[in-house]
Design a binder for this molecule. Structure first.
Ligand code: FAD
Length: 388
C-alpha cells in the first residue's frame, strides 16, 4: 500500500490516502474539464476542487470516496483582443503577471505574499491586490471582464459578464456557488504590446519554486527550498494572516482590537513584515494596512456598502510542527474571530477562517445572507459544492 499525504499551504489540515483509492483528475483542456464535470453532475457523482491549495482551511484537500479535480495543469489561455486575455482557472496569478509583462502588457491587480494562488482561487477568495495596487485600481473584480463558469444545477458552461447581477456574488464566494472554468482579464496596454487576437497557448510555469510543495509535503520534504522559496518559507512554520475588513471610520477601533489580540497572545503571535504602529509599546510596526479603492462595485460577500475599505491586520509565522502547535493556533484563531466580531468588524474569512469556526448565517447581515441563499438554491440546488 502506498500512502500519500495531501495538505494545503497552511499545513494545519491534511489527509492520507492509499493512492489506489485516490480519484484524482487533472484536466488540461476546456473540453476535457467541461465534459468530465458534465458527466459527474448528470450522474449526481460528488466531487471537489483544488487550484493552488494556497488556503489554510483544508477546503482544497481531496475527500475520501470523492472525485477530486486538481487544476494544476489547467493553464490554457486565449487572446480575445489586444488587451483582453482569457485564462483557465488553474493559472497561477504571478505567472499571468509575468507572462503578460513579457508581452508588454500589465496585470494591474495581483496577490502579495507568495506565488501560490491561482486566478480561480484568488477570485473566489475576493482578490485584494498587493499593497499599492488596489489603492489605485481597486480589487481583482475591477479588471475581470467575464467569468466562464459551470453551473452545478445543470453542468452547463455559462459566461457571466460584468453586467449580470450574479457577477459581483462570485467574488468571495469561496467555491460555494459556481465552478470557475476561466476568467477574462482586461490588461493595461504598454507601448507596442504583442497580444494578437485569436492567439492561444498554455501558460508556462515561470516561478522558481516547487508549485506543489504544500500539496504533497512528504513528497518534497527532502527538496531544499529554492532561493525564491527561502525568502518566504521557513521549515516547520507558516506565515499566517489575521485580517480585518473595515471602513476608514473604524480604523482606530481595528488597530485597538489588533493590539488587544497581540497583547493577549504575545507568547505565540510575533508580528512580522508590518509598517503600522499600535497603541501599545510592543505594537511598533506590528500591523499592515491595504487600501481597496471602490470603483464600479464592492463584492457583497466581502463588504456590504459600495465604498472604499481597508484591509488591516497582523502577520506572524506560527509553528505547525506538532498537534499542540495546531491546537494553539486554533485557540488564537478563535480569540481573533471573537474579538473582531464582538467589535462589529469584518474578517477576510475566505482565506483566514483556518478552522471553519464562523457561523456565516449570523456573520452576514440578513439581506446579504438571504440573497446569497437564493443564489445558492438557484445555482447549486443539489449541493455539489460546499456551502458557506
Ligand atoms: C502566501 C499567500 C498570499 C496571499 N496573498 C493574497 C493577497 O495578496 N490578496 C488576496 O486577496 N488573497 C491572498 N491570499 C489568499 C488567497 O488568494 C486565497 O487563499 C485563494 O483562495 C488561494 O487560491 P488557490 O488557487 O490556492 O485556491 P485553493 O486553496 O486551491 O482553493 C480555495 C477554495 O476554492 C475552491 N476552488 C479552487 N479553484 C476553484 C475553481 N476553479 N472552481 C470552483 N472552486 C474552486 C477550492 O475547492 C477551495 O474550496 C494569499 C494566500 C496565501 C497562502
Amino acid at each position: 500500500m502506498i500512502k500519500l499525504k495531501i495538505s494545503d499551504y497552511g499545513g494545519i489540515h491534511f489527509r492520507e490516502f492509499d493512492i489506489k483509492n485516490l480519484k484524482l483528475y487533472r484536466p488540461n483542456s476546456e473540453e476535457e474539464f467541461v465534459s468530465f464535470l458534465n458527466k459527474l453532475i448528470t450522474k449526481k457523482i460528488s466531487f471537489s476542487f483544488s487550484g493552488g491549495s494556497h488556503t489554510f482551511n483544508g477546503s482544497s484537500i481531496p475527500e475520501p470516496n470523492k472525485y477530486h479535480i486538481d487544476l494544476t495543469n489547467y493553464r490554457w489561455y486565449k487572446c480575445h483582443s489586444d488587451n483582453i486575455l482569457e485564462v483557465a482557472s488553474g493559472c497561477t496569478v504571478w505567472d499571468i503577471r509575468d507572462f503578460v509583462q513579457s508581452l508588454k502588457l500589465k496585470l494591474r491587480v495581483w496577490n502579495g505574499g507568495f506565488a501560490g494562488p491561482t486566478i480561480g482561487g484568488y477570485l473566489l477568495s475576493g482578490g485584494f491586490g498587493r499593497s499599492g495596487l488596489s489603492e489605485k485600481d481597486g480589487g481583482l473584480w475591477e479588471i475581470v471582464e467575464f467569468i466562464k463558469v459551470i453551473v452545478p444545477a445543470n453542468g452547463v458552461i455559462k459566461t457571466i459578464r460584468k453586467s449580470d447581477a450574479i457577477f459581483k456574488w462570485i467574488f468571495g464566494s469561496k467555491g460555494t456557488l459556481v465552478i470557475i472554468s476561466s476568467v477574462g482579464l482586461r490588461l493595461e496596454k504598454l507601448t507596442n504590446n504583442e497580444l494578437q487576437k485569436g492567439e492561444k497557448g498554455i501558460l508556462p510555469f515561470l516561478q522558481p519554486i516547487l508549485y506543489e510543495r504544500h500539496k504533497y509535503p512528504d513528497l518534497f520534504k527532502y527538496s531544499p527550498f529554492t532561493s525564491a522559496e527561502s525568502q518566504f518559507l521557513e521549515y516547520g512554520t507558516k506565515l499566517f494572516w489575521f485580517s480585518h475588513l473595515i471602513y476608514p471610520e473604524s480604523y482606530e477601533n481595528s488597530i485597538k482590537v489588533l493590539s488587544d489580540f497581540h497583547y493577549h497572545n504575545s507568547s505565540i503571535i510575533k508580528p512580522t513584515g508590518g509598517w503600522v504602529d499600535g497603541p501599545r509599546e510592543q505594537d511598533k510596526n506590528f500591523g499592515y494596512k491595504y487600501y481597496i479603492k471602490q470603483k464600479s462595485f464592492i463584492p457583497p460577500l466581502l463588504m456590504n456598502k459600495n465604498q472604499d475599505f481597508l484591509v488591516t491586520g497582523i502577520m506572524s509565522y506560527l509553528s505547525i510542527s506538532s498537534t499542540t502547535n495546531i491546537e494553539e493556533i486554533e485557540k488564537v484563531s478563535k480569540n481573533f474571530i471573537n474579538l473582531t466580531m464582538n467589535n462589529g468588524l469584518r474578517l477576510y474569512h475566505q482565506a483566514e477562517d483556518f478552522f471553519n469556526l464562523i457561523d456565516y448565517k449570523t456573520y452576514y447581515d440578513k439581506k446579504t445572507w438571504s440573497e446569497y441563499i437564493n443564489h445558492k438554491k438557484t445555482l447549486d440546488p443539489f449541493n455539489f459544492l460546499p456551502s458557506l
